[in-house]
Design a protein around this ligand. Sequence first.
Ligand SMILES: [Zn+2]
Length: 130
Amino acid sequence: MRYDFTCAKCGGNQIEEVVTNVSVSSVVIEIYEGGEIDYGNTSSEGDDCGEILYQCRDCGTKLEGVESPDDLWDYFASNWGPIELSDGGCIEPPELNNGTILRRDVHGNTMEIREVSDDNYPEWLDMFTA
Ligand SMILES: [Zn+2]
C-alpha cells in the first residue's frame, strides 16, 4: 500500500529506512530512468546486531519505537478503525483478523471481503488510509 505520512516536525511525507552496523548487498533486477531500482535477493553481512530505523527523509526525525518492517506496518495499521457503513455495519481493518478484511453487519455477523492474497487487496487497504 502507499503510506500516508506527514512528519510532525517538517511536514515531509517520505520515510527513509536506515540500516546501521551491517553491510547489505542486493541483486539489481531492473533499473529505470532516474535511478529507480528493482532489487532481487538481499543478503546482509556483518554482526547480527544490525539496527534498522525509520526516519523522515527530509529532516531525519526518527519514528519512535519503529525498529523493523513489522513495526512500521503497525505504526500505520494500528491507527485504523472500522469504516462505518450506512446500514449500521462496518468494514473491519485487517489488523483485527490476521490481515483479512471483514465486513461485520449490524447483527455482528462477519463476512470475509478480501484476503491478503487477493489481487485488489491493496486497493481495499487504501480505504483505511484515506
Ligand atoms: Zn521531517
